[in-house]
Write a protein that binds this ligand. Structure first.
Ligand code: CO8
Length: 258
């Protein structure tokens, strides 16, 4: 029988994916990640979706990769199975904006999953960390690469080497999360942000996402050139004509997402 490890819902132009394995604090087993990947693919192909929210439960966004599932892994299980690849890369390659809404623990693979999204909004109870070292392993889904880009080498190195955690307030101060909200209003607040993004022109939002990501993948000169070309391309959009006309006519724009 298939476990329902995620719940996918549509709220207007926002797709919400809720991680739903509370008995193990949303430990990220392959089945859960496969289901999440399939939901992302559906939202990607649905022209009615302009932004996605990835949210966990009250006590955990996700407490990491499933330790019980990994415990007896051999090298060849991980290598031949391409562990943490098939069903993880779909987050990195997802083209529409995706927000991680983190309440409770975001540890190990959970922290990595949140960082793979475009930005994180955290409840004031959120706890972030890369404690893999405590279970005799290291981060394997981008933790050693993304965390230093967010919070700098000293803090990233300290978190990964000590296994210590970081509170929501510390994570906000360090630049890991975009902002922190009261835990009880996290879902509503994130949905409001996602609705706002989804109300803008989808191709423009996608272009912005590509440009910002370029800042991490390319030297400044290449990133600037990429941005300029995207900027030029935006003049091919009917949404650009509508957005500017609406501003000058002092009315709300009606974007067609084209
Ligand atoms: N995997 C499997 N089960 C887990 C995990 C996990 N990561 N985390 C918690 N659980 C289970 C517990 O075993 C427990 O199950 P049961 O009730 O059957 O005993 C249940 O969830 C509740 O957990 P606790 O009783 O431990 O709850 P506490 O409130 O006492 O503690 C903690 C919460 C501090 C979060 C604690 O559960 C903990 O330390 N969890 C492990 C955190 C961790 O080490 N994460 C890193 C895992 S390794 C990893 O992520 C590698 C990343 C590689 C790439 C990503 C691949 C997916």
């Amino acid at each position: 029988m298939l476990n329902n490890f995620i719940v996918a819902e549509v709220h207007g132009r926002v797709g919400v994916i809720r991680l739903n394995r509370p008995e193990s604090l949303n430990a990220l087993c392959d089945e859960l990640m496969d289901q999440m990947g399939a939901a992302l693919q559906r939202f990607d192909q649905d022209p009615g979706i302009g932004c996605v929210v990835l949210i966990g439960g009250d006590s955990a966004f996700a407490a990491g990769a499933d330790i019980a599932a990994m415990k007896d892994f051999e090298y060849m299980d991980a290598y031949l199975g391409d562990y943490v690849t098939r069903n993880w890369e779909c987050v990195r390659t997802f083209r529409k904006p995706i927000i991680a809404a983190v309440s409770g623990y975001a540890l190990g693979g959970g922290c990595e999953l949140a960082m793979a999204c475009d930005f994180i909004i955290a409840g004031d109870d959120a706890v972030f960390g890369q404690p893999e070292i405590k279970v005799g392993i290291l981060p394997g889904a981008g933790g050693t690469q993304r965390l230093p880009r967010f919070i700098g080498k000293a803090k990233a190195m300290a978190l990964c080497l000590t296994g210590k955690t970081m509170s929501a307030a510390e994570a906000e101060a360090a630049g890991l999360v975009a902002w922190v909200v009261a835990r009880d209003s996290l879902g509503d607040e994130v949905l409001a942000v996602a609705r706002r993004i989804a109300g803008y022109s989808l191709p423009v939002a996608m272009m912005i996402k590509e440009c910002v990501n370029r800042a991490f993948d390319a030297p400044l000169s290449e990133g600037l050139l990429f941005e300029r070309r995207m900027f030029h391309a935006a003049f091919a959009l009917s949404d650009q004509k509508e957005g500017m006309a609406a501003f000058l006519e002092k009315r709300k724009p009606e974007f067609q997402h084209r």
